[in-house]
Design a protein around this ligand. Structure first.
Ligand SMILES: Nc1nc2c(ncn2[C@@H]2O[C@H](COP(=O)(O)OP(=O)(O)O)[C@@H](O)[C@H]2O)c(=O)[nH]1
Ligand SMILES: [Mg+2]
Length: 371
């Protein structure tokens, strides 16, 4: 596979030996024979549990990774809101804002898309106190609205935190709990209640209900963390799974690291590179469409295999890389892409998909954890 990739791009590689102004990036990424889905049994179980929890939910925070706003969007959640759960307040939360600090154009695009769908969204860094405080204000405002309208909240205001694996659900749960806890106990750090990690699948069950606030006229505000839910194969495709791989939403080993690295190079060449010289030496004087050329510029390839170089390059990016979108649609001008059509196509593909057809059981009563 690796050699065919090199062969296919050799013409473009030759063309690319010129300065940035005349460089032609690839506009299409070659097709590879890679896995398109990482959908698992425990995720089906979580989806069933959502339906079971739905009657007690007041709000769903649906997290997506800002770098891949479309590929980390899961149409299964759209279905959840359409299947009799329209009354639950839905707030889309784009996380990892700190990886896209120079993205005013992206914010405008998201505003246009979500206005079209009449959806509310917020963009944040789940580790930033200020950002999380702002989200808390929105939550309190929503909960107070129900209180003012005399909506009974016998179990408190309950919020499910959902999204694909690794989008930052447990981090946000911990941050929300922490800002509320430290408000009441200024000298304490507040224990972490949800396990976090930079791998897909750290949270495996939807069990704990975490009280984050007592400052409400009701029984309080509660969060429910949940395992990430991936895309079923029928709605997946190569660019989505590659974007998810770059966000760590799928198992690290699912996709050949050289293909992941090549996809990142493809995206870098389509976008304006800023301060990414660490990953792409000589970008301005000698841009290239050949990932092996980039590896050669970064590492001593007499000592490393191509796979080892790809893993090192991609992992370094995942830790520190900034300002590259993993989805290409936000780069298109508004008339070229319709967010609504995109969603409708996905909904059509899952029309006859049913979690009820699976044989997994819903787990029993939930455990409560009070602050
Ligand atoms: N830079 C950055 N990292 C984040 C953010 N939110 C979560 N993370 C990191 O992303 C990884 C996955 O987070 P986690 O909360 O376990 O994701 P979950 O699988 O959705 O529960 C962890 O390494 C977190 O530290 C964020 O807003 N910005
Ligand atoms: Mg988690």
């Amino acid at each position: 596979m690796l050699h065919s990739m090199k062969g296919r791009n050799s013409v473009l590689y030759f063309c690319s030996r010129r300065a940035l102004s005349s460089f032609i990036p690839r506009y299409e990424f070659p097709k590879y024979n890679i896995a398109l889905s990482d959908f698992k049994g425990h995720q089906v179980k979580a989806l069933k549990k959502f339906q079971y929890l739905a009657p007690q939910l007041n709000m769903v925070l649906e997290l997506r990774d800002l770098r891949a706003p479309l590929s980390t969007r899961n149409v299964l959640f759209d279905r959840f809101f359409m299947d009799g759960n329209e009354k639950i307040k839905r707030l889309i939360v784009y996380t990892k804002k700190d990886y896209m600090p120079q993205s005013a154009a992206l914010f405008e695009t998201l505003t246009r898309w979500h206005n079209e769908m009449k959806e509310d969204f917020i963009i944040l860094d789940g580790k930033s106190r200020n950002d999380v405080k702002n989200l808390m204000k929105v939550i309190e405002w929503q909960s107070n609205k129900l209180v003012e309208n005399d909506v009974p909240l016998p179990m408190g205001y309950r919020i499910l935190v959902t999204g694909m694996p690794n989008v930052g659900k447990s981090t946000l749960v911990n941050s929300l709990r922490y800002i509320n806890y430290s408000k009441r106990n200024p000298n304490s750090k507040g224990a972490k209640v949800s396990r976090t990690g930079d791998q897909a699948g750290v949270t495996r069950s939807t069990s704990e209900i975490i009280r984050i606030s007592k400052d409400n006229a009701t029984q309080g505000i509660y969060l429910i963390d949940s395992p990430g839910i991936g895309l079923p194969g029928r709605v997946s495709n190569q660019s989505r799974i590659l974007a998810q791989a770059l966000c760590n939403c799928v198992k690290e080993t699912l996709i050949d690291p050289v293909v992941q690295a090549d996809y990142l190079l493809f995206l870098m060449n389509l976008q304006k590179m800023k301060n990414n010289i660490e990953w792409y030496p000589d970008y301005k004087t000698n841009p290239t469409n050949d990932i092996y050329t980039v590896f050669n510029r970064c590492y001593d390839m007499h000592k490393l295999s191509e796979t080892t170089a790809a893993i090192a390059w991609i992992n370094h990016w995942k830790r520190k890389g900034k300002n590259v979108l993993f989805d290409v649609e936000p780069l298109l001008v508004s008339g070229e892409f319709s967010y609504k059509d995109y969603l409708i196509k996905d909904l059509q593909k899952i029309e006859d998909f049913s979690v009820e057809n699976t044989k997994l059981n819903i787990p029993g009563a939930s455990k409560q954890v009070f602050v």
